[in-house]
Ligand binder design. Structure first.
Ligand code: UD1
Length: 417
């Protein structure tokens, strides 16, 4: 078991390059199941979740060659249409193979993901949508079994905007007969990236990035050649790192257009945020102002940045209120932040954060991906030494995080426990 040890107190300085987005790369990799031929993807981050989806595609028969941050993928001969429990339980996004498999082969068998540290996270809306497109869906021994002769277009209204559901149905609809309209669709930038790649494959999609997406089914698709967008959550995490250490960091290769809510809240907290030719520059302020934050689907404040902002606000001068509206149980980091001396109270969907003058290093345990990031951020600002255990969560979604922080001047190292 590895852990990360941080001696806090260093101000971060310099420029950091942001990697490709995990949440964009995962559906793009699944989309390569939609047709044979050689797909080329670049800017793929090296992450545990990416390895998991590649392993999944390989068990299905795909031939994959990786070099640096690129990969070629070929799913000419698919020998299995099953996503087994062992893989799905480690990474829920495995359910994104359902739409492509059903659309191309008329069958798929995918394990139900089960519970998750941050909430129930059902996939009922994915399944309802596929059923509306003509799939027969049954549940068997913990697996979703879906079959169809050919999917047909349908108008599907999502009760709640779901990122994965929108992606799954968008992929399924590319090869369906007729027109599919997704209403109350999620608008996340990763959906736009997927739609761009699918369009390059010959799919006919309009409206991605708005709440109504229209897909006219086509007879066949061709392989994609696509560069994965940069990771807006990694970018946001480094921006908070600059603010919490009162440093001066430029985040290169990030798209400011997708970071409006994060930039606006960072500025409100007192940090200076500048758009420079080299990237987004964040200069931390000596005093952090308290904030009111409400997470919501894009373009609202991202739930994936909630834990990192909570770390920042533990050191604000006054009381902040954070409302988590996307997932029901996404405050697992609170108890660990309390171990570092923060003053946080949970009241239903809200966390009330009373700022303290300083955090004190302590051993803490990561509970999920973004919770791990918040503990690292708090450790960077805390007195003395913070040890973060269970960092396998971190490796699911941050490429070389400690190396990048080290280059910015942090005193951080990964050690074997
Ligand atoms: C994706 C992101 C994750 C992010 C989340 C919200 C990936 C790989 N993961 O997760 O990092 O935190 O979006 O921005 O892209 N829901 C249902 N029924 C469904 C599907 C979802 O009730 O069938 C609910 C969920 O429980 C949750 C909400 O809808 O409360 C949003 O979930 P969703 O957008 O689907 O999240 P993911 O796609 O799993």
């Amino acid at each position: 078991m590895k852990k990360i040890i941080i001696h806090g107190g260093n101000k971060l300085h310099g420029t950091v390059n942001i990697s490709g987005a995990k949440n964009a790369a995962l559906p793009l990799l699944c989309a390569t199941l939609l047709c044979g031929g050689e797909h080329r993807l670049s800017n793929i981050p090296h992450l545990r979740d990416i390895n998991t989806v590649i392993q999944l595609l390989e068990t299905m028969g795909a031939k994959i060659t990786r070099s640096e941050n690129s990969a070629t993928l070929q799913a000419d001969k698919v020998v299995s249409v099953e996503a087994p429990y062992d893989l799905v339980k480690t990474m829920r996004a495995s359910v994104l193979v359902l739409g492509p498999l059903l659309s191309r082969f008329g069958k798929a068998r995918v394990s139900l993901p089960g519970g998750c540290a941050i909430g129930a996270r059902p996939i009922d809306l994915h399944l309802k949508g596929l059923a509306a497109m003509g799939a027969e869906i049954t549940l068997d021994h913990g697996y979703v079994e879906a079959t169809c002769k050919q999917l047909h277009g349908a108008t599907i209204y999502f009760d709640t905007p779901t990122v994965g559901g929108t992606e799954n149905l968008m992929m399924a609809a590319t090869l369906a007969q007729g027109t599919t309209i997704l209403e109350n669709a999620a608008c996340e930038p990763e959906i736009v990236d997927l739609a761009t790649a699918l369009s390059n494959m010959g799919a006919c999609i309009s409206g991605a990035g708005t709440d109504t997406i229209t897909i006219d089914g086509v007879d066949h698709l061709v392989p994609m050649n696509h560069r994965v967008m940069s990771d807006r959550i990694e970018a946001g995490t480094f921006m908070v790192a600059a603010a919490i250490t009162k440093g001066d960091v430029t985040v290169a290769n990030a798209d400011p257009e997708y970071l409006d809510a994060v930039i606006s809240k960072l500025s409100e907290s007192g940090a200076t945020v500048e758009h420079t030719p080299a990237g987004i520059r964040v200069i931390g302020s000596a005093q952090i102002k308290p904030l009111q934050i409400k997470t919501s689907p894009h373009p609202g404040f991202p739930t994936d940045m909630q834990a990192q902002f909570m770390a920042l606000l533990t050191l604000a001068q006054g009381t902040s209120i954070i409302s988590e509206n996307v997932f029901e149980n996404r405050f697992m980091h609170v108890c660990e932040l309390q171990r570092l001396g923060s003053n946080i109270r949970i009241d239903g969907k809200q966390a009330i954060v009373e700022g303290v003058d300083m955090l004190c290093g302590a051993p803490v345990m990561a509970t999920d991906l973004r919770a791990s990031a918040s503990l690292i951020l708090a450790g960077l600002a805390a007195d003395n030494t913070t040890e973060v255990a269970r960092i396998y969560h971190l490796d699911r979604g941050y490429e070389r995080l400690e190396e990048k922080l080290l280059a910015l001047g942090a005193d951080i190292q990964r050690v074997s426990a």
